[in-house]
Design a protein around this ligand. Structure first.
Ligand SMILES: N[C@@H](CCC(=O)N[C@@H](CS)C(=O)NCC(=O)O)C(=O)O
Length: 212
């Protein structure tokens, strides 16, 4: 059975949401943030010290978007994914990676330089610059949603989970008011999905483990 190591609203929410959309069995291990310093033994499990970590039958993964792809390809029975023969397969992969590399990365600098660093190291310039970076990249999402319900038309896929997580983080950072009408209503559609709501409930109910 899959074991997923997760911290509250961290990128591990992507595979958690995927597991809940598919209603697969899994074990959720909620760890404090950052686990590298707050959870004894975590570095033995994941030398990078980040969340998520996913274990499955001796396999170990540490990249959230790749985990979503692994879960749907291995257990999804065609749900939430686009087959390689499909004309939109390239676009599907592009959005999966866009969600992490292009939309989440700049926000981590905003998070770090507004909240995580000690007061004296916080930096409004970095935060403003990377907020602008994020919002300018978000225009690609706005453009693609002008004529469709989800990123790949009418089908909800893990591309929406990858990008949707970046919108969740943006909302946590207080950037939700900058969303275009298209992005705001898309995000509104994503967060009422039963799979999303189940993932939030599971996250809230999980006890926090300070030792592996
Ligand atoms: N690209 C990786 C990034 C993983 C990552 O940086 N996770 C953050 C939380 S969202 C983390 O654990 N940061 C703590 C640290 O760097 O110590 C992914 O998508 O999973």
């Amino acid at each position: 059975m899959i074991a997923l190591y997760h911290s509250y609203d961290a990128r591990s929410f992507r595979p958690l949401w995927t597991l809940e959309e598919l209603q697969l069995p899994y074990e959720l291990v909620r760890v404090p943030f950052p686990p590298r310093s707050e959870c004894a033994g975590y570095l033995d499990l994941n030398p990078v010290g980040t969340v998520p970590t996913l274990l499955d039958e001796g396999r170990r993964m540490t990249e959230s978007a790749a985990m979503c792809q692994y879960i749907v390809d291995r257990y999804g029975k065609g749900e939430l994914s686009v087959p390689v023969e499909d004309t939109s397969y390239g676009q599907y992969l592009n959005w999966i990676h866009f969600g992490e590399a292009t939309l989440t990365f700049p926000q981590t600098l905003v998070l770090r330089y507004t909240r995580l660093e000690p007061e004296e190291r916080r930096n409004p310039q970095v935060s403003e610059d990377y907020t602008r970076w994020f919002l300018s990249r978000l225009r690609a999402v706005t453009a693609s949603l002008r004529s469709s319900e989800f990123l790949l038309g009418s089908q909800f896929t893990i591309a929406d989970i990858s990008v949707g997580y970046a919108l969740l983080l943006a909302e946590d950072l207080g950037l939700g008011s900058y969303f275009s009408p298209e992005v705001a209503s898309y995000w509104g559609r994503l967060k009422i999905r039963p799979g999303y709501l189940r993932a939030r409930a599971v996250q809230d109910a999980a006890p926090v483990r300070t030792k592996i």
